[in-house]
Design a binder for this molecule. Structure first.
Ligand code: TRP
Length: 361
């Protein structure tokens, strides 16, 4: 059986460079590797609504932003189906049956849900839909029989929960579902790129993101005002690499060849880091280098986006096609699930005969 990818994002904003190094770039590589039989990339609008119930317009507006970001990074609709979650009602049906296989206490123990509840101040009143979104995410993954789910490490508890649901389902009702595996970013800096202010997470509300759609000027401004080592005051002072966002970004973005082009004083990042730690290397020089490196990577993405933005109806058409293809897959899985659960009454000739015998013998 071929390998199948499913992954996705909540459409609550434009995608930023953290999304790019943490997942988008990898998805494009996986897409082009030819190793996967099918690829599904989900714009998880229904999941976004679980914590944005009072702001559906935000979700609605951001679907196109995420789609544009996907396509401008190189996701190719002839190889990857890009789909909108809410348009596949089979996912709701699957979730409904999976709910019987998960306990409340198991959901309460899910570390991602726990921390999100805290972040959103939901402690006192958690929306049921939000609380149960790991179950709906299990439906997202299993509906397409995904073998491989490329995600950041924050999503590992979701994959684990999905695997438990799959095992439980297959044991109780017979094999129908596939146990997926997470595929994590291979570069540690890419696991979670910090904000430009040095905070652990990039978030729109903190204003510490560099977006894929930012102009060259904005990227430069953001890079030049990035958080470094607050104790590195004079150029001659020894500087700290650990926790220094500029170096974390370089870990994520820079390749040796960039030094030849933009900073020939060094041959690789380690040399630059050593100089910074010793003292004698100023923040501005490092930031200018980072800016060049990032511009080189982001410029083609920005240019593709500009082109794509010229024909928005075509983007919706791509989403519609991707969703239709995905829906056929989900419908097949749902039919198998219902068959295994024996809730396919009208197709079940044996059942009808059995009941008939019971009453007519
Ligand atoms: N929970 C993911 C996020 O917040 C988005 C998502 C929804 C997803 N369904 C998925 C990711 C299925 C992987 C697989 O980014």
């Amino acid at each position: 059986m071929g390998k199948i990818i499913l992954t996705g994002d909540r459409p609550t904003g434009r995608l930023h460079v953290g999304h790019y190094v943490g997942s988008l770039k990898r998805r494009v590589e996986l897409q082009n590797s030819g190793e996967f039989e099918k690829i599904f990339i989900m714009i998880a609008d229904a999941q976004a609504l679980t914590d944005n119930a009072d702001n559906p317009e935000k979700v609605r507006q951001n679907i196109i932003e995420v789609a544009l970001d996907y396509l401008s990074c190189g996701l190719d609709p002839s190889k990857s189906n890009i789909l909108i979650q809410s348009q596949i009602s089979e996912l709701c049906e699957l979730s409904f049956y999976y709910m019987n296989l998960v306990t409340v206490s198991r959901l309460q123990r899910n570390p991602t849900v726990k921390s999100e509840i805290q972040m959103r101040n939901f402690e006192a009143s958690i929306p049921v839909g939000f609380f149960t979104y790991p179950i709906s995410q299990a439906a997202d993954i299993t509906a397409f029989k995904a073998t491989t789910v490329p995600v950041g490490d924050d999503q590992l508890p979701m994959i684990e929960q999905t695997r438990e649901i799959v095992r439980k389902f297959n044991t109780v009702y017979g094999e129908a579902l596939v146990e997926p595996e997470a595929l994590l970013p291979d570069n540690k800096a890419c696991m979670r790129l910090p904000g430009t202010d040095g905070k652990a997470k990039m978030s729109k509300s903190l204003g510490n993101c560099i977006y894929l759609s930012d102009s060259a000027d904005d990227v430069k401004k953001k890079v030049m005002s990035m958080y470094t080592d607050p104790n590195h005051i004079q150029v001659s002072d020894p500087g700290q690499i650990e926790g220094n966002s500029v170096f974390t970004y370089l870990d994520a973005f820079c390749k040796d060849e960039h030094f030849e082009r933009y900073c020939p004083d060094y041959s690789c990042l380690q040399e630059m880091k050593d100089h910074y730690s010793r003292g004698g290397l100023g923040d501005v020089k490092v930031k200018k280098f980072l800016n060049n490196v990032m511009q080189e990577e982001l410029e083609p993405i920005r240019n593709r986006r500009k082109e794509l933005e010229k024909d928005i109806p075509a983007i919706y058409e791509i989403l519609k096609k991707g969703t239709e293809t995905a829906r056929e897959e989900a419908a097949k899985t749902l039919a198998e699930v219902k068959q295994n659960m024996k809730i396919n009454y009208f197709d079940d000739v044996d059942l009808i005969n059995e009941q008939s015998r019971k009453y007519n013998n």
